[in-house]
Design a protein around this ligand. Structure first.
Ligand code: GLU
Ligand code: ZN
Length: 316
């Protein structure tokens, strides 16, 4: 049985412009790692008297697990991490992503690509480039035309092709991370022209997250460090689409005993939320990981009381 805790909203919620979000992909229930991300950004939103939204990032349908969305919601509620406003599902927002893609097309920075992973890997091997395991291949611009067409009417009729964003020659993106301070990435040498719509007709995470963060007026993006390497791409898309730049904070990852990030692939077990005792145990572990020490450890405390204490203790 799942225990739901009544809404805990900061008294001045929604009044000061702060808007945070938790954006899980429903590829499985919450595990210790995703709880750290959820708790970190919930605490930051509450501490700042802001709104906290839940967005289900279910675009990559082949990877989504039926039920996971409901499970995540029930687990968050059991932990007292309630959200403001209606939940958004990315799977229902295709028109918004298509519109953004069309704006980029008007700028003349899209081109179709028919490369498979194997083609890319061969092209890189020919140039003597080896991609370390667990790293994305840097696209060698194989399909990039010498002259990019702006606003080609053909562009979206051509299905079964991926659409990539052509980067300018110099594309160094720098940003200040609230936890990790100054960060930068050279998109040309570290990423390459990246895909915005896949050949199976799915919009990619990079495009969708940027559109949704802008349309939901998200001011603070707080998430795990595994997503840090995506931030420069997202900032560059924000610039092209004339969106504002939110503030970023990347939280320490929870690693398993082999030093790997917890995920479904590493068979991360879901958090236990069947009763208050288990919920407090999970919340306390997550808080400790976030560097919150000296929180009340009494067994008699309610989840709401514990969350209030954690909110007070959270950095500003
Ligand atoms: N949906 C992404 C994930 O679960 C997170 C997106 C984000 O926070 O930007 O990994
Ligand atoms: Zn290609």
């Amino acid at each position: 049985m799942i225990l739901a805790v009544s809404n805990l909203k900061h008294p001045s919620s929604t009044t000061n412009g702060y808007c945070g979000r938790f954006a899980p992909s429903p590829t499985g229930p919450l595990h210790a790692g995703s709880l750290v991300a959820a708790l970190g950004n919930w605490l930051d939103a509450r501490k700042n008297g802001g709104k906290w939204l839940l967005r289900i990032e279910d675009l990559d349908t082949p990877r989504c697990v039926p039920e996971a969305d409901q499970q995540i919601q029930a687990q968050l509620l059991a932990c007292g991490l309630s959200w403001d406003e209606e939940i958004i599902h990315q799977s229902k927002r295709q028109v918004h992503y298509q519109r953004a893609l069309e704006s980029l097309n008007q700028l003349g920075c899209l081109y179709p690509c028919t490369c498979s992973r194997q083609t890319i890997s061969n092209a890189l091997a020919q140039r003597g480039v080896k991609t370390p395991r667990n790293q994305e291949m840097i696209y060698p611009s194989t399909c990039r035309p010498a002259n990019l067409l702006s606003n080609s009417p053909e562009i979206f009729r051509d299905i079964r092709k991926a659409w990539r964003l052509a980067l300018p020659q110099e594309c160094l993106i720098a940003f200040e991370d609230l936890a990790l301070s100054q960060q930068s990435q050279n998109l040309n040498t570290e990423v390459g022209d990246f895909v915005l719509r896949r050949s199976d007709d799915l919009f990619t995470y990079q495009l969708a997250v940027v559109v949704d963060d802008a349309e939901q007026d998200i001011t603070h993006i707080i998430r795990g460090q595994d997503l840090l390497s995506n931030t420069a791409r997202q900032i560059y898309l924000q610039q092209l689409l004339d969106y504002g730049r939110p503030k970023y904070m990347h939280l320490p990852l929870v690693l398993d005993e082999h030093g790997e990030k917890l995920s479904k692939q590493t068979l991360a077990t879901q958090i236990h939320t069947q009763d208050k005792k288990h919920v407090l145990l999970e919340l306390r572990k997550a808080a400790k990981h976030l560097g919150l020490n000296n929180l009340p450890d009494s067994e008699n405390i309610t989840i709401v009381e514990w969350l209030l204490a954690a909110t007070c203790a959270w950095r500003n």
